[in-house]
Write a protein that binds this ligand. Sequence first.
Ligand code: 4MI
Length: 408
Amino acid sequence: MTEAPERAVVPADDVDPFAHAVLLDPEPLHQALRAAGPVVYLSRYDVYALARYEHVHAALVDWQHFESGAGVGLADFRREEPWRPPSLLLEADPPRHDAPRRVLREILAPPALRRLRAAWSTGAEELVDQVLSNGPEFDAFTALAEAFPLRVFPDAVGLGPDGRENLLPYGNLAFNAFGPVNDLVRADAHRVAELSAWVNAQCAREALSEDGFGARIWAAADRGELTYEQAPLVVRSLLTAGVDTTVHGLAAALYGFATHPDQWRRLRERPESARVAFDEAVRWQSPVQTFFRTATTDVTIADTVIPAGTKILMFLGSANRDPARWAEPDRFDLARDPSGHVGFGMGIHQCVGQHVARLEAETLLTALARRVERIELTGTPRRHPNNTLRSWESLPVRVRPSGNGDVH
Ligand code: 4MI
């Protein structure tokens, strides 16, 4: 904390929340920010940080004062050219936000997903069987957390078979782009044009199958619920937000179980807790660590005036482990009620794909729980630094199969 007379109530810090060391191990910074005060000025980027649950939650639900239309990354779209046309959902405010949101909410709502459950359960069982047939040791990140979403989600969207290997690199790049232009952004700069071109081409009506989420977005345009200019951008949101997030969310759950054998036992005893387990993993690891808002007017938070137009960095991962909100927040605990976590956001932008993510998690974890008695780490898990995502590179495990494919 430094002395800053004009900002007496705002502790200032020149820490870089996007430095590799922080991205790989963010909890010490979170703790320091929560302790420093309700609002911390980050001088390095000229932004204000919120790290306590109360204030992150309050900012998320107050879209009138904390807008998304200026971008939810560090870049201020009012002053800088965005790296791609802004998302109609994530980077928009009412009223422009509302029609795309309504369309996607219908398409991704639980009733619309019912027809996917059987196929995804089968896909999960086949994948787990295939992985186990190669022996009890494997990388749970690549073999399960990456492989399963890639096996079911692109088909559900209606993507063609070619180029699917571009999805994860595109996501990695898009989530880096919410941060500063640092080494992580520069490392992939040479791929932006190529990956964007591929993704944009997949958003065209002709590129999509006739029965997927993508086709349903275009059908909404036929009904006049969207314009034909909007439809491909809404498809793009699915492709940007729908893969890496679930990959790292599943990895969080697998990591949780590999390090908490008692919780794995509990899941096996009560497979119906798979969905809660996934939400607890999302709370505990917060795959999406941070997003920005922009103050629409001078806003006062706990006696600190944040000037209109200023970017505000919300630490979702910190809010999700704020001891003022959660008992023993650092524990991965299936007995807790994780509802109210802000890992999917909160308010009008709250993850519209969360039911898709939960269905993926439920089918994969259930298939695994039926076949595996124990899961443990065989080496140090490796994180992959990303400016926004708490992401993984490797999760080496050994499992003890439960023999007949039965829990009991
Ligand atoms: C919360 S992650 C995310 C959500 C939406 C989009 C990208 C990322 C988008 O492009 O609309």
